[in-house]
Write a protein that binds this ligand. Sequence first.
Ligand SMILES: [Zn+2]
Length: 202
Amino acid sequence: MMAPGPPASQLAVPELVPLLRVARGAALVAAIIGAAAVAAVVIAVLVDPGLLGPLLGWLVGLALVSVAGLLVRIQAPRIHRHLNASRYAKARDEALSWGIVGLFAFVVPGVYLLRVWSRINEELAGVPGVVASAAPPPAPTPAVVARPYAPPVGPPPITAPRPPAGPSVAVSGPPLCPRCGQPSTWIEQYRRWYCYRDQLYV
Ligand SMILES: [Zn+2]
């Protein structure tokens, strides 16, 4: 049995690492291909200046691809560092920004970064309190975790679900997770039901 811990620190970072890796790799490929194509167009225009007019659109577009790929390649590791440091809101915002830029780098880096953005959004939606990124999350600090059975600050709200006690466990049981269907776990610290498998509150 897992003891009630700080769910906010259990965001699924590992599964995002491959997505970030693909985004970085695809961005590098786009940067190289874009730069090579720009060079080819420049050479063609130098050989025949009359080609500048017809090829100007290609020149601008390929330069945009190359620059977007280079920017994403350079900036994507910041997202990884934010995740490692539990700065999820920052990681989410940068994944969105660079994801949009990445769409210009032959689409693939953008798609993968937007998947990262979407996944972090899901995680943050399942863990209230982490969304408020400006302030540090109040509850899940190591000091609080060290004494998981600290008494609640105030009286429990009447509408809050209570952990079934004694024989009633067999009768009602914990609510099932809407995502995986497994029974959820009561987190006394937050007075809510929580699914460890999906890392979300039920
Ligand atoms: Zn679940």
